[in-house]
Design a protein around this ligand. Structure first.
Ligand SMILES: [Zn+2]
Length: 266
């Protein structure tokens, strides 16, 4: 189900457009070498320096203003462009590294994915299970089924994917997020991974005048429904041959006598 959109204070496309057009302006400003001489804000720009020549008194204010203009850039020009770029970056999994993550719930649409966790430094993190003949399954490693839920990340101004385990034990994400999703309210959730097994989840109803993510969310939902977005793409897919080349996995395959590419690979 899709939630209603947030207030339309300023459409995202307008923000993006304005940032894009202003970038070249900012770049032009930044490419101008900084003015030499008195720094703006150093105090007493018109004061004579020992041995230096003092400009005519009447010209000083204009010169200072000119220097200030040369060095000034609008924050929205330089950082606005950065935010606009993030809107187009590939979908990524939300990582919980001990810091609280804020995410705006806008859908309960998820995709299930079977994932293995690898501890090998060459391929650390979750990878998709290759199902039949999966090298990691054949090594006896359990695949976890996760529900992949897209959320809007206000801090990063992008959409990320949260992986939710099916477990309902206390402290897990599922029993804490489900009631919030069911509430139908426009909520921002604050998720912090307290330890390997426990998440702390807080929530707050969103002030619709604060966020400007309508377009981003609408566009995302439209593309998701059209099959243009693959939520599972946030985790890598490695072929059995590629997995078998990871040193730690290769060693385990050798030790266990598991053959890859012997007609039993997925
Ligand atoms: Zn597997």
């Amino acid at each position: 189900m899709a939630y209603q959109s947030l207030a339309r204070r300023q459409p995202a496309a307008e923000i993006r457009g304005s940032a894009a057009t202003q970038t070249s302006h900012a770049a032009a400003l930044l490419s101008i070498p900084p003015a030499t001489g008195t720094k703006p804000g150093a105090g007493g720009g018109g004061r004579a320096t020992p041995g230096g020549s003092m400009p005519p008194r009447s010209a000083a204010p204009f010169q200072r203003k000119d220097n200030l203009m040369t060095n000034c850039v609008d924050l929205f020009d330089i950082w606005g462009a950065e935010k606009a770029l993030q809107r187009d970056k590939p979908l990524e999994a939300v990582r919980f590294n001990g810091q609280e993550v804020a995410g705006l719930l806008f859908t309960s649409t998820t995709v299930l994915a079977k994932l293995h966790y690898n501890d090998e430094p060459e391929a650390r993190g979750y990878v998709h299970c290759n199902s039949e003949g999966c090298v990691l399954c054949r090594l006896g490693r359990t695949a976890e089924e996760k529900a992949l839920l897209p959320v809007y990340l206000p801090v990063q101004d992008t959409i990320g994917v949260i992986a939710i385990s099916p477990t309902s034990r206390p402290g897990a994400l599922r029993p804490q997020l489900l009631p919030l999703l069911r509430s139908g309210k426009r909520l921002v959730v604050f998720i912090k991974k307290a330890d390997r097994m426990t998440f702390q989840v807080g929530s707050k109803e969103v002030d619709p005048t604060v966020y400007q993510c309508d377009r981003l969310i609408e566009d995302f939902e439209r593309r998701l429904e059209a099959g243009e977005i693959d939520l599972t793409s946030v985790y890598p897919r490695l072929s059995n041959d590629a997995l078998a080349k990871v040193p730690g996995i290769a060693t385990m395959l050798l030790l266990k006598g598991v053959k890859v590419g012997a007609g039993n690979q997925g």
